[in-house]
Design a binder for this molecule. Sequence first.
Ligand SMILES: Nc1ncnc2c1ncn2[C@@H]1O[C@H](COP(=O)(O)OP(=O)(O)O)[C@@H](O)[C@H]1O
Ligand SMILES: [Mg+2]
Length: 241
Amino acid sequence: MDPRLSVIDKRLSKIKKIIAVASGKGGVGKSLVASSLALNLSRKGNKVGLLDLDLYGPSSHIILGVKNYKFPEEEKGIIPPKIDGINFISIVYYTEDKPSPFRGIDISNIIIEILAITQWGELDFLVIDMPPGIGDETLDVIRLIKKSEFLIVTTPSIVSMGAVNKLLRILKELNLPIIGIIENMKMKKSNFVRNCIFDLNLDYLGDISFDKDIEESIGHTDKLLKSNFMNDFDKIIKKFI
Ligand SMILES: Nc1ncnc2c1ncn2[C@@H]1O[C@H](COP(=O)(O)OP(=O)(O)O)[C@@H](O)[C@H]1O
Ligand SMILES: [Mg+2]
């Protein structure tokens, strides 16, 4: 057995709630939702961690405006650097944000390593920015981070819901906690997603409108906090926190 597995539970033991932001689909806003959730909860006085597990396409560091990719301080493990009050860990601290192709086997190894060495300490929330789909990372989160609850993001698109549906069915089959579903980038009135979620007997948490100005907030947490995106999202956060 991998000896690192036995320390993971201990490393996560002082975290009250772990929220994995996931979707069957890419490009639906998972990273923006995960970073904004961490930021929102941190500004409300909570101790928050953010773990970017999208190893092929990490984005949270861009959204939060991380400038320094120096390997974090070590003290019987890795201490997450504080970005705007958020304890933040991403693969970019290992790769210095250089392109980094990984094979499937590397992915599990990296995730185990990160979980085994990161000293999160006491946290109210750990938010995980997940990659799309039901690949190694998702299976590893299910296997290794047993307390995870899933916050699902979709767009109001038939294509997106097709992929999200598969993830939801798997999570349901495995009896894993699903906080609910957020409909992101809404552009016009439609009950399509709401009805799909109702049919699955899950919680529809609400929608976030397409924010044409969001690009100006990327990398600037002060602007992100005041964005229309955050205004919509804050109403949703209040439903599940
Ligand atoms: N509500 C929204 N309005 C406008 N743009 C959005 C919205 N949500 C996300 N985006 C943008 O869509 C793109 C994909 O979002 P991202 O969070 O990277 O998706 P994912 O992590 O699911 O791949 C980014 O450029 C992001 O800024
Ligand atoms: Mg992403």
